[in-house]
Design a protein around this ligand. Sequence first.
Ligand code: MG
Length: 373
Amino acid sequence: MKSISLILLAAGDSRRFELPVKKQWLYQYDKPLWLFVLERMQKSYSFENIIVVANKDEITLMKQFSNVTFVQGGASRQESLRNALRVTYSDYVLVNDTARACVPLKLIDTLIQKAKPKSCIAPALTISDTCYYDGKPIDREKLLRIQTPQLSCSATLKELLESQEVFTDESSAFFAAGKEVLFIEGSREAKKLTYKDDLKLLPCLQAPINQSRSGFGIDIHSFEVGKPMVLAGVPIESPVGFKAHSDGDVAIHALIDALLGASSLGDIGELFPDSDPQYKDANSKELLQRVVTLVKNVGYTIEHCDLTILAEMPKVAPYKEQMRKSLAQLLGICSSKINIKATTSEKMGFVGRKEGVAVYATATLNYYRWDRI
Ligand code: MG
């Protein structure tokens, strides 16, 4: 049995994809795409080691789905691959891009059978369209479209990628160094998901299930004289503000934790540590927008949020409408999906003694329905 590691590249930022969710987080039934691709490929061979290259902010979340090895991605595909190769000790590596979601197992099987020391084996397709190069038609018989996954000799690939030269795939690195590149017949099913319209063209994709996830958040801040008060992004007329490392918007902080809870992304303190000077006097609206982007990137839509503000002072009722509008804008959803409730604590406890305010928030998220766009 050949010693082969599987490397799945899943650190891309989906720049050309035009949807709020990143490709690797499009849910397939109840799994994100990167996991769906990984499990499909695992069926083809007993790999010595499996490495997923991921975005730094998403590794914690990915670890909740799988116990394979996760490696932080780099600024380019090549740098990401280099990072993965540093933890690869097998004779060969099979490298695939998550965007090639539907690679047939037969193709992987053929690649593995052809494995050869110091070589790279790649799937290639011929072209049936007329092709022009530099304004002139060219002989299409001589053209090949190269796909992934590709199977490479690990030691040779490691050596080649240490060069400063930039390669778009492993085969071109081998070719540039005069090493052997073997082609096998590619597959139309191994098409790459690049633009949102490609979603209709990949044969193995499965629509996500209708699943709601809910999260809960709570935050408490005490008053501080002379500080401006902001609640849910709305300036409040008040002789006191909130004591905090940031602007102290206790409603937004509770909502951030509810969103992070529903998406299993941890909590506000992990994401924006108050020991970090860059968050001193941070604008909570900006923090919320970053969290909203993150939540959408990893495959969710925000369905509903409900906040309860527990305060003896200030009086919240006159600001409720403004708060809903402010949060709706920050979350990118209609204000009908946001509810704000206000209550007091009957003069009991720290809220009753007018020492501070507590806010409770819930958020409901759904899987992004990419099949309905
Ligand atoms: Mg707080």
